[in-house]
Design a protein around this ligand. Structure first.
Ligand code: HEC
Ligand code: HEC
Ligand code: HEC
Length: 454
C-alpha cells in the first residue's frame, strides 16, 4: 500500500511540469510580435512562439519552474547556446529579406527533426512539429528565399532548395565596367607600379593567385589566402572577417595596404589623371571626376560583372538532368544529406554568414602554429563568441580556387571535404562519399563572357 502511494507521488511530481506546461496558456511573445507583422505568416509566427522561442530569444517569457535551482541552469544554458545559433525575433523577423543561411538552417532542423530538442518535447507535450507546422514553415522559407533573390514569391520549385542557380548580373553600366576592368589591371594603382588587383586575383586563375599566401609590394608575403573575386558581389560582406561592407569599400583597402599594393590614396587619383584616356572616361561617367570614390566605384562595378554563370550544375538545377553524371548527382545528394548547404547556401554556395571553423573539434590545435589570421571575425568585433568565425567561402569554381581555407593549407579538395565533416558536421564522411562530393564540386565551374573558365 505504502509502495503504491510512493509511486503515485513520484508520478505526480514527474508529470507536474509537463502538465503545467499544457495548462498554462502562452501569452504572445512581445519581442517576436513587435517584429512579425505579415499576416500571411501567422501560423509560422505562432509555431515559433509556441515551440522555439523559449530557447531562441533572449527576451522570452519562461515558465515558473525556470527559476528552480537545477532547471534554471539547464534553461539558461539552452538559451545561451540557442540564441547564439538563432535569435528568432531578430534573425527571422528583423530586417527583410531573411538571411539565406538562417533559412537553410531552419529547413535543416525541420527536415532532420532535431528541433525542438527531445528533452524539451518530453516537458512540452505536443511541441514536435506537425505536418501543418512544416508546410507553413516551408512556405515561409520559400518566400524568404525568393525575396532574397529578387523574385516576387516562392512558388518556383527551385526555392525548395537552399542552393540556387547563379543569375546573370543585371543593370550594370557597361562603360563603368570597361573603365573598372582597365583600373583592375593597372599596375599604376600600386606604390611602385608593379602590382594590380589582377596580380593576386588573376581572371585566368579562378580569380585568385593560386598561392597559399599572396606576394605584395617589394615581395612581402601576406598571412591569409586570397579569396576569388568571381561572384564576390553575392557575398553579404567582404574579406574573411567581413571588415568591408561591400565591394567599393573593399577596393580601397588593398591599394593602400602597405604589404599589398602599398600606395597612398592622396596620390593615386593624380597618377590616374595623368592618363588622358582615363581623364575623358571619368569625365563622361562621374561628375566629380577622378577621386578615390569614383575609382573604387568603377572597380566595384567591374567586379559585379564577374559572375560565372552557366556551370553544369546550374544547367542541372534548371532542368537539364543529364548535365550531371550519375556520380555527380549522387555527390550533390550527399552534399544535401550531410547538411553542407546550411552554411554553403544561396547562389554562390556561401558568402551569406560567418561560421565558426571548428564547431566540433579544434582545428587550430590539430594544425599547430596559430596565427592572427585564425582569429577571423574576432579581430573586428573583439567578441569572444566571434573567435575563429569566418565568412563562409563560395564553392563556385572551387576546382580553380586552390589552395583552400583561410590558411591556404591544402590544395586537396577531398581533404577539405573530410575536414568539413569532422570540424563542421561532427561526422566522419566515408572516403567513397568524399570522392562523390568532390566530383559534384567540380561541376561548379562556370563561364565568363560566354567562355568556360579553366
Ligand atoms: C529547449 C531549447 C530549444 C528549443 C525549444 C528549440 N531549440 Fe533550436 N537550438 C537549441 C540549442 C541549445 C541549439 C544549439 C545547439 C545544438 O545545435 O543543439 C539550437 C540550435 C538550433 C539551430 C541551429 C542549427 C543547429 O543544428 O545547430 C536552429 C536552426 C534551431 N535551433 C531552430 C529551432 C527551431 C525552428 C525550433 C522550434 C521548432 C527550435 N530550434 C526549438 C535549443 C532549442
Ligand atoms: C598582394 C595581393 C593582393 C592584391 C594586389 C589585391 N588583393 Fe584582393 N585580396 C587579397 C587577399 C590576401 C585577400 C584576403 C584578405 C582578408 O580577407 O583579410 C583579398 C580579398 C579581396 C576581396 C574579398 C573577397 C571575399 O570573398 O571576401 C576582394 C573583392 C578583393 N580582394 C578585390 C581586390 C581588388 C579590387 C584589388 C585591387 C584594387 C585587390 N583585391 C588587390 C590579396 C590581394
Ligand atoms: C557550419 C558551417 C559549415 C558547414 C556545415 C560546412 N562548411 Fe564548408 N566551410 C565553412 C567555413 C567557415 C569555411 C572556411 C574555413 C576556413 O577557411 O577557415 C568552409 C570552407 C569550405 C571549403 C574550402 C573553400 C575555400 O575556397 O577555401 C570547401 C571546399 C567546403 N567548405 C566544403 C564543404 C562541404 C562539402 C561541406 C559538407 C560536407 C561543408 N563545407 C560544410 C563552413 C561550413
Amino acid at each position: 500500500m505504502k509502495k503504491l502511494l510512493w509511486i503515485v507521488v513520484l508520478l505526480a511530481i514527474a508529470l507536474a511540469f509537463p502538465v503545467s506546461n499544457l495548462l498554462i496558456t502562452r501569452k504572445p511573445d512581445p519581442a517576436l510580435r513587435a517584429n512579425a507583422k505579415d499576416a500571411r505568416f501567422e501560423a509560422v509566427v505562432s509555431m515559433f512562439e509556441n515551440k522555439c522561442i523559449d530557447c531562441h530569444s533572449d527576451k522570452a517569457t519562461l515558465p515558473f519552474y525556470a527559476k528552480l535551482p537545477v532547471a534554471s541552469s539547464i534553461i539558461a544554458k539552452d538559451i545561451q547556446r540557442g540564441t547564439e545559433e538563432l535569435n528568432v525575433p531578430q534573425d527571422c523577423f528583423g530586417p527583410t529579406p531573411v538571411n539565406e543561411a538562417v533559412l537553410a538552417k531552419i529547413q535543416r532542423v525541420m527536415e532532420i527533426g532535431s528541433m525542438p530538442p527531445g528533452d524539451y518535447q518530453m516537458m512540452h507535450w505536443g511541441s514536435g512539429l506537425t505536418s501543418n507546422d512544416k508546410a507553413a514553415l516551408m512556405g515561409w522559407i520559400r518566400n524568404g528565399r525568393a525575396l532574397a533573390n529578387g523574385a516576387a514569391d516562392g512558388n518556383h520549385p527551385l526555392y525548395a532548395s537552399a542552393v540556387l542557380p547563379l543569375n546573370e548580373p543585371k543593370g550594370l553600366n557597361s562603360d563603368k565596367v570597361a573603365l573598372g576592368r582597365k583600373l583592375y589591371h593597372d599596375t599604376r594603382l600600386s606604390g611602385d607600379n608593379t602590382l594590380s588587383c589582377a596580380s593576386c586575383h588573376d581572371l585566368k586563375k579562378g580569380g585568385t593567385d593560386q598561392a597559399q599566401f599572396s606576394t605584395g609590394i617589394r615581395n612581402q608575403k601576406g598571412g591569409i589566402n586570397a579569396p576569388t573575386v568571381f561572384n564576390a558581389s553575392h557575398a553579404f560582406v567582404q574579406f574573411w572577417d567581413g571588415r568591408a561592407a561591400d565591394l567599393q569599400e573593399q577596393a580601397a583597402g588593398p591599394v593602400a595596404n602597405p604589404i599589398e599594393m602599398g600606395a597612398n590614396w592622396d596620390t593615386v587619383p593624380g597618377k590616374v589623371k595623368a592618363d588622358k584616356e582615363y581623364e575623358s572616361a571619368f569625365a563622361k561617367l562621374y561628375p566629380e571626376g577622378i577621386t578615390k570614390a569614383s575609382i573604387t566605384d568603377a572597380i566595384a562595378t567591374f567586379e559585379k560583372s564577374l559572375v560565372t554563370v552557366n556551370s553544369r550544375f546550374d544547367r542541372f538545377l534548371r532542368g537539364t538532368t543529364d548535365a550531371l553524371t550519375a556520380d555527380e548527382q549522387e555527390g550533390y545528394r550527399l552534399f544535401t544529406a550531410d547538411g553542407c548547404y546550411t552554411c554553403h547556401a544561396g547562389q554562390i554556395l556561401g558568402g551569406k554568414s560567418f561560421e565558426k571553423f571548428s564547431r566540433y573539434e579544434n582545428y587550430y590545435a590539430d594544425r599547430g602554429n596559430p596565427t592572427p589570421a585564425d582569429d577571423g571575425r574576432f579581430s573586428v568585433t573583439k567578441k569572444e563568441s566571434d573567435s575563429h568565425k569566418f565568412k563562409v567561402p563560395t564553392l563556385r569554381n572551387i576546382a580553380l580556387t586552390f589552395p583552400y581555407l583561410h590558411d591556404g593549407s591544402t590544395s586537396d579538395l577531398a581533404k577539405v571535404v573530410k575536414l568539413m565533416g569532422k570540424y563542421q558536421l561532427h561526422t566522419d564522411i566515408p572516403d567513397r562519399d568524399v570522392a562523390l562530393v568532390v566530383k559534384f564540386l567540380h561541376t561548379l565551374t562556370g563561364e565568363l563572357d560566354g567562355k568556360p573558365l579553366q
